[in-house]
Ligand binder design. Sequence first.
Ligand code: FES
Length: 59
Amino acid sequence: MYVCICEAVTENEVHACIAAGARTARQVRDITGAGKDCATCVRKICAILNRSTELVATA
Ligand code: FES
């Protein structure tokens, strides 16, 4: 599923960024380009980042 329509970035790509060490929406943007156009997707990216850190915290 696409997270960022403008840059055609999928949720899987965001997860791959997080797995590679990205911890902020800015880092995800620098790697994938997601959020550098209209920025509508930034909240979705933050939600994915928050979910991933919660999973790490509870693991
Ligand atoms: S939807 Fe991501 S920059 Fe527009």
